[in-house]
Write a protein that binds this ligand. Structure first.
Ligand code: ATP
Ligand code: MG
Length: 368
């Protein structure tokens, strides 16, 4: 177990190229489970590979525990990595696959045997130890790959999209198993995924990245409720947050949000931080918009008229897509008992206490 400290880390693949990781600067605490998340190409794997020693660090420093690892060979870093493709040896049994790293270290046979069996028990693969990898399902293979990492008893686990080859149901199951494993072993873990649901459900903290730059480092709750900017707000949550552009106008002491189609009154608690703004983006999550009559009474000055484009029934929810202006659509999460005709005019009520505001040009959140 050990903390990982990034001190203004950059990565550039070749002198003529722009850096793909820029000023990565944070600390992962001892025993933490941190998830790097962001769209394809944002630099997640590159950052992980710099920890592992599979990529050189172009600038800055990385520490594991108190050891500066920039020039430390990968084998001396005391880490174990699990990848998307399990990279098992096809001609070895499951047992031999798990034991392989320990054999290389020339540990006594009975010690190896104890470790392998203990890992197999934790991962519930004891009955497969004699099989070859190709005789296993995807989930079982991934468990073997985890077993190989566990027996090394590293100070740090690095996992790069370890579940993305699995089908949806197995992925959900393995998520839980990895979390359970982390609770049992307490090893500092860095987990990479482009799947925001995986990040939200697994990370004790998540690091949202875009174009090689950290956008926010926080707990899943904070990232969801208090996103730093429109990128984070839009990336986390499904269906994504709605953004509406509008002008702020002071109407005799009350602040209002105006578009060409409707006016929303800003709650007093949010008005102070907005009084110097002119044009802003209003962000509102689909679950904070309502078609229920009771909400119209609660928010009489926060009604948006829309035209029904389409509905998606998701089982417990229905997603309603409305056109609310020339270029603007709104997605609303509603109770499926509410049904609407195509092109029907629908009013929705916005819970303005849940609305967030962003600078239109920079995308930065205006904190209230
Ligand atoms: N060996 C390399 N040489 C040059 N550029 C590279 C190399 N490896 C990665 N890159 C570039 O660095 C950037 C970050 O890549 P990286 O693999 O870290 O992204 P990622 O966030 O892991 O994406 P994904 O979700 O697709 O795995 C990308 O623009 C990629 O094209
Ligand atoms: Mg990657």
């Amino acid at each position: 177990m050990a903390r990982i400290l990034f001190n203004h880390v950059y990565k550039q693949y070749g002198k003529d190229h722009l850096p793909v990781v820029k000023d990565f600067d944070m600390e992962i605490k001892e025993g933490e489970f941190v998830v790097f998340v962001g769209p394809s190409g944002c630099g997640k794997s590159t950052t992980l590979r710099m920890i592992a020693g599979l990529e050189e660090i172009s600038k800055g420093e990385i520490y594991i525990g108190d050891t500066l690892i920039n020039d430390l060979p990968p084998k001396d870093r005391d880490i174990a990595m699990v990848f998307q493709n399990y990279a098992l040896y096809p001609n070895m049994s499951v047992y031999e696959n798990i034991a392989f790293g320990l054999r290389l270290r020339k540990l006594p046979k009975h010690e190896i045997d104890l470790s392998v069996k203990k890992a197999a028990r934790i991962l519930e693969i004891e009955s497969f130890l004699g099989r070859r990898p190709k005789q296993l399902s995807g989930g079982q293979r991934q468990r073997v790959a985890l077993g190989r990492a566990i027996v090394r008893e590293p100070r740090v686990f690095l996992m790069d999209e370890p579940l993305s080859n699995l089908d949806a149901k197995l992925r959900v199951q393995m998520r839980t198993e990895i979390i359970k494993l982390h609770k049992q072993l307490g090893v500092t873990t860095v987990y990479v995924t482009h799947d925001q649901t995986e990040a939200m459900t697994m990370g004790s903290r998540i690091v949202v990245m875009k174009d090689g730059v950290i956008q926010q480092v926080d707990t899943p709750e904070q990232v969801y409720n208090n996103p730093a900017n429109t990128f984070v707000a839009g990336f986390v949550g499904s269906p994504p947050m709605n953004f509406i552009e509008g002008r702020l106008l002071d109407e005799g002491g009350r602040l209002e949000f105006h578009t060409n189609r409707f006016v929303l009154e800003i709650p007093p608690g949010k008005a102070a931080s907005l009084k110097n703004e002119r044009v802003v983006l209003l962000g509102i999550r689909p679950e904070n918009i309502s078609v229920e009559p009771i909400m119209f009474d609660a928010f009489p000055k926060a009604i948006i008229p829309g035209v029904h484009l389409l509905s998606e029934l998701m089982g417990a929810d229905r997603y309603l897509y409305l056109n609310i202006g020339s270029q603007t659509n709104l997605v609303v999460r509603i109770n499926p008992r509410n049904q609407f005709e195509e092109d029907e005019k629908i009013n929705v009520a916005i819970d303005m206490n849940k609305a967030l505001f962003f600078n239109r040009d920079t995308g930065e959140r205006i904190i209230d």
